[in-house]
Design a protein. Structure first.
Length: 188
């Protein structure tokens, strides 16, 4: 049995001492899980698998010719931690090329967060913690992400909430009833 997206399929693999957890990894088939040591001395679970693709989905937009696999990239995405263990999703991403005109296209990973090497679920979890008032440092400690990544996620979240087109601030729904100014003297 294996899980592809939200569906459970039968397979001949033995999952002794394994936990099958539903996920939102569309078109990802988990082939195996390894436990590896991190550079900091901790442990990491690595979910190895393949990303399903249909060759007919890759048609050249210039000449409408069927594209072929040109290159394969090994991709490692951070996922939500399991206790003190960090987790990674490891898969191969294909680059396609048109044999007639040379146009190339990359395979899309549907569960990868835009502009980051993390899963959409980890991005949503990080944004949820930030919206609850956790500091960037606390969120970094809980998720295992670098503070710079958490800062970029928080900045994008705040721009989405409080600006129009990422530039001009949105007008507040209602104005404050009182405006207070705190003054103090820095010299004597």
């Amino acid at each position: 049995m294996y899980i592809k997206g939200n569906r459970v399929h039968n397979a001949t693999a033995d999952f002794g001492n394994m936990l099958l957890i539903p996920n939102n990894f569309t078109d990802f088939v988990n082939n195996g899980t390894t436990e590896e040591e991190t550079s900091a001395g901790g442990k990491a679970y690595c979910f190895h698998g393949d990303l399903y693709y249909d060759q007919n989905d890759f048609i050249c937009n210039r000449c409408n010719c069927k594209m072929e696999i040109h290159d394969v990239y090994h991709v490692r995405l951070r996922h939500i931690c399991m206790g003190e263990h960090v987790t990674f999703v490891m898969l191969d991403k294909h680059r396609f090329i048109c044999p007639k005109c040379g146009q190339t296209a990359m395979q899309h990973i549907p569960f990868q967060a835009k502009h980051h090497r993390i899963t959409v679920e980890l991005l949503a979890y990080t944004e949820n913690l930030l919206s609850r008032g956790f500091t960037n440092k606390e969120v970094s400690g809980l998720t295992g992400l670098h503070q710079g990544v958490v800062k970029n996620i928080d900045k994008a979240r705040l721009q989405r909430l409080y600006t129009e087109d990422g530039k001009a601030f949105k007008k507040p729904e209602k104005q404050s009833a009182h405006l207070a100014i705190d003054e103090f003297r820095s010299y004597r």
